[in-house]
Design a binder for this molecule. Structure first.
Ligand code: SAM
Length: 287
C-alpha cells in the first residue's frame, strides 16, 4: 500500500470519528509506525503489510478518541520531549506561552535579584509530566528550578522526564510544599486544574477519559486551586517576585479578580493566546 493511500483512508476514518485534526494525526501515526517523522513521509514508497496492520490498530484507537500522544508515547513542549501516557496530563501547546513567560522572567532576573548575580529561583507548582519545569531548565540553564506534583502516577512520569535536568522534583501538595523556599522565589509558574465540575460534559473525550481528573477539575467554579495559589505564592515569592497562572478562556476576568482581591499583588494582568483567547494571568507580589 502507498503511504498516501494509507494516510487518506486513516484520515477519513478519524474525520468520521470527530477527531479535530484528522490529516495531522493520520500522518503522525503513520510516521510513528514507520519510525520516521512526518516531514519524511513523502520519501517512503511503500508501507509493508505488517506496518499497515499496526497502523490500522493505532488509527482505531485514535478513532476511539485516545489521545495521539498516548499512542506515540511522547509530547513535544517548546524544545523538550516528554514521555506521556495513562496517569499524566498531556501537555498542551497553549501552555507553551505561560512557560515562555516564566522563561523570560527567569532570564531577566539574573542580576536584579536582592543578591545580585544569584541564580533565579523558579517553582513550577502542579508540574504533571514536568513540562514547564523541563522547558525552564533547558532554556534558562542558570536557573534553580523546583517542581511539585501531588498525584503519585503523574509524579512518576515527571521523575522520568526530569531525570538529569537538575530540577528539584517533589511529591506533595503544591499549596503547602516548599516551606524551605519561603520568601526566596523569583518566579512561581502554575498550570493548575481549572475546569468547573459542572463543565464535565463539554470536555473533549481525549481529556475527559484520559487526563487524570485531579488535573482537570477544581470545584464548582474551577477556581479552587487558583484561590489557594494566590495565598501560597505570596508565601513563596520574594517581595516583587512574579507569578503566572494559566486559566480557562472564560476566566480572563475571574482569575485576575482572585489576585486583586487579596490586596497582596500589584501589576495584575491577563494575557491572551495566539487565537486571542484569555489564557493566563500574571501578577507581582507587593513589596
Ligand atoms: C492541568 S495539569 C498541568 C500539568 C503540567 N504543569 C502541564 O502544564 O502540562 C495540573 C496538574 O496539577 C496536579 N495537581 C492538582 N492538584 C494539585 C495539588 N494540590 N498539588 C500538586 N499538584 C496538583 C495534577 O495532578 C496535574 O498533574
Amino acid at each position: 500500500m502507498t503511504p498516501r493511500a494509507a494516510q487518506q483512508y486513516a484520515a477519513e476514518r478519524l474525520r468520521r470519528a470527530g477527531v479535530p485534526s484528522p490529516e495531522h494525526d493520520a500522518a503522525e501515526l503513520l510516521a510513528h509506525v514507520l519510525g520516521t517523522d512526518r516531514s519524511r513521509l513523502p520519501l517512503v514508497d511503500e508501507v509493508a503489510a505488517d506496518a499497515v496492520e499496526r497502523y490500522d490498530a493505532l488509527v482505531a484507537r485514535r478513532a476511539a478518541r485516545e489521545p495521539l500522544q498516548h499512542l506515540t508515547g511522547e509530547a513535544w513542549f517548546r524544545h523538550v520531549r516528554l514521555e506521556v501516557g495513562e496517569g499524566v496530563f498531556t501537555p498542551r501547546p497553549e501552555t507553551e506561552l505561560l512557560a515562555g513567560w516564566a522563561i523570560d522572567e527567569a532570564g531577566h532576573y539574573l542580576g536584579e535579584t536582592p543578591a545580585p548575580g544569584r541564580a533565579p529561583v523558579v517553582v513550577d507548582l502542579c508540574t504533571g509530566s514536568g513540562a514547564i519545569a523541563k522547558a525552564v531548565a533547558q532554556e534558562v540553564p542558570h536557573a534553580r528550578v523546583h517542581a511539585v506534583e501531588l498525584d503519585e502516577a503523574a509524579y512518576r512520569w515527571a521523575e522520568r522526564n526530569l531525570a538529569g535536568t537538575g530540577v528539584d522534583l517533589r511529591l506533595g501538595d503544591a499549596f503547602t510544599s516548599f516551606d524551605d523556599l519561603a520568601g526566596t522565589v523569583d518566579v512561581v509558574v502554575c498550570n493548575p486544574p481549572y475546569i468547573p465540575l459542572e463543565a464535565w460534559e463539554s470536555v473533549a473525550p481525549e481529556a475527559r477519559d484520559h487526563d487524570p481528573h485531579l488535573a482537570l477539575f477544581s470545584g464548582a467554579d474551577g477556581l479552587d486551586a487558583i484561590r489557594l495559589l494566590a495565598v501560597r505564592a505570596a508565601v513563596l515569592l520574594r517581595p516583587r517576585g512574579v507569578l503566572g497562572v494559566e486559566h480557562a478562556d472564560a476566566q480572563g476576568e475571574a482569575v485576575p479578580a482572585v489576585f486583586s482581591a487579596t490586596g497582596r499583588w500589584t501589576d495584575v494582568r491577563d494575557h491572551r493566546d495566539l487565537a486571542g483567547r484569555p489564557r493566563f494571568t500574571t501578577a507581582r507580589l507587593a513589596p
